[in-house]
Design a protein around this ligand. Structure first.
Ligand code: ZN
Length: 198
């Protein structure tokens, strides 16, 4: 999974960060994936685990140094991702590997929608019935086509790669017993239970 940080200006601001001039890229390990109706486990190493509702892009055709104009022709379809983040560890570490890499920190699904225009759909996150995040992909600093082009200048994107496009404002904590619902307009919802790890 290839992800981008601070891709919505209001979210960059809420965490006290500048809006980047180029996409800020990082990776999440495949072992962090959990299914759309599974359990997010809060690891004992963190005291502050947060949700980040995001649009996911699944690559269908190899992309190497593609232009933004050509980028969307390399997409198989779109899905929903929650980029779960241990915010305290993210603040402590220089980079994001540990904070975003725990098992179950990447809920994905429930399917790949092949018929979606990604330029202006709503992204939401509700935690135990309270709406926390509500944004639109039209508010992205770098839109999907620009992101794919920028990412493909760095590394070849392969079929099956999952691009995670950043989160709107409203991130907040998850606690033991929460129900996490993440939605993207035109795709559907993920619904996961949140439980404290052993
Ligand atoms: Zn994120």
């Amino acid at each position: 999974m290839l992800c981008v940080g601070r891709n919505y200006a209001a979210h960059a601001k809420e965490l006290g960060n500048e809006v980047p001039k180029e996409p800020l890229l990082f990776l999440k390990p495949p072992s962090s994936i959990v299914g759309p109706f599974g359990v997010v486990v809060l690891p004992r190493e963190s005291e502050r685990v947060e949700h980040e509702a995001e649009l996911g892009v699944v690559i269908g055709k190899r992309a190497h140094r593609v232009s933004a104009e050509d980028a969307l022709s390399h997409v198989l379809g779109y899905t929903i991702v929650c980029d779960v983040t241990a915010r305290d560890l993210q603040r402590k570490d220089v980079q994001f590997t540990r904070a975003k890499g725990f098992d179950t920190f990447c809920p994905v699904g429930p399917w790949i929608e092949t018929d979606l225009d990604p330029r202006d759909v709503e992204v939401t996150c509700t935690v135990s019935g309270a709406l926390r995040q509500k944004g639109r992909t039209s508010q992205m600093v770098f839109d999907v086509a620009t992101l794919i082009s920028a990412m493909s200048q760095v590394m070849t994107l392969e079929p099956g790669d999952l691009l995670v496009t950043g989160t709107p404002e409203g991130v907040g904590p998850l606690v033991d017993g929460d129900t996490l619902v993440v939605g993207v307009e035109g795709i559907g919802v993920l619904e996961l239970d949140v439980k404290k790890g052993a």
